[in-house]
Design a binder for this molecule. Structure first.
Ligand code: HPA
Length: 283
């Protein structure tokens, strides 16, 4: 008995360690440090549909790491999404982490998996978190290929990455300072409020009308939960949507995932360059 009791206790401890999302993020950060020799990053960028080529405009890649080789990350099951983590040395010496391995709530791996990239960025010392996505546009004037700066969000997922009584302020969750930099880089950029639905089905036209009545102009299936986690960890957030399609019911044309991806690819060169210019200006 005296032998089995301590080992039973350490098995419980090991179970706790595996279940602790902050420890998992620290272990991901340690793995990225070991593979790049980089001690800390300044900016982390989650690359959504249509934003994936930003790395080529940012600077010298130090390492491109398959996401599945870093604790807590997994390859994307969505066709058209890469599964890599790239560390880039920016021309001014800062380092950036590009996360092309987003986990969505609809994949059913739980909310900790959704925000693992944000926790890992914080564990690597990031102070700026850029969250990009492909999304549906509610404003009829926004055609496919329109980039939009997020001014706020509405979390319609019914969940949160925060546990217990953690009362995080969400006023100005999308940094006015970073938004101003984006507008300085491209004065034609519009702003919008993002409504995150759980998905994976696209919204019904009635749900889009609801989101519009609530004050949203953009609908998607990511970003808001990541922003909540980033704010809880003290990171400054910039949110950027690429409108890949008019939201359901806006034009009456049915939504097709392959067309949404194609619109993202068509706009990728321009959006990625815009993203890189904003990141380089945001210190
Ligand atoms: N709705 C939700 N997510 C999306 C959309 C949309 O219309 N387009 C791209 N991602």
């Amino acid at each position: 008995m005296s032998d089995s009791t301590p080992s039973a206790e350490s098995a419980v401890d090991a179970g706790r360690t595996a279940a602790d999302p902050e420890l998992l993020a620290r272990s991901a950060a340690a793995s990225i440090r070991a593979r790049t020799g980089i001690d800390r990053i300044h900016t982390a960028i989650v690359l959504g549909s249509g934003w994936g080529a930003a790395g080529g405009h940012l600077g010298q890649p130090l390492a491109v790491i398959p996401a599945a080789e870093v604790p807590g990350f997994r390859p994307s099951p969505v066709p058209g999404h890469a599964g890599t983590l790239t560390v880039i040395r920016l021309p001014d010496g800062r380092a950036a982490l590009l996360i092309a391995a987003r986990t969505h709530l609809y994949e059913d791996h739980g909310v900790d998996a959704v925000v693992h990239g944000v926790r890992t960025a914080a564990a690597l010392g990031a102070t700026v978190m850029v969250l990009t996505n492909g999304a549906g546009g509610i404003r009829p004037s926004w055609g496919p290929g329109t980039p939009v700066v997020l001014s706020d969000h509405i979390n319609l997922t019914g969940t949160t990455p925060l546990r217990g009584a953690r009362f995080v302020d969400m006023t100005d969750a999308y940094s006015p300072r970073l938004r101003a930099i984006a507008h300085r880089i491209d004065p034609t950029l519009d702003e919008g409020v993002y409504a995150q639905f759980r998905g994976p089905q696209y919204e019904t036209p009635a749900e889009v009308r609801m989101a519009r009545a609530m004050g949203a102009q953009v609908v998607g299936m990511s970003t808001a939960l990541e922003t909540i986690m980033a704010r809880a960890l003290g990171l400054e957030v910039l949110g950027l949507s690429l409108i890949t399609n008019p939201a359901a019911g806006i034009t009456g044309v049915p939504l097709r995932h392959d067309e949404v991806l194609a619109a993202g690819r068509a706009a990728e060169a321009r959006c990625s360059e815009l993203l890189a210019r904003i990141v380089l200006a945001a210190r």
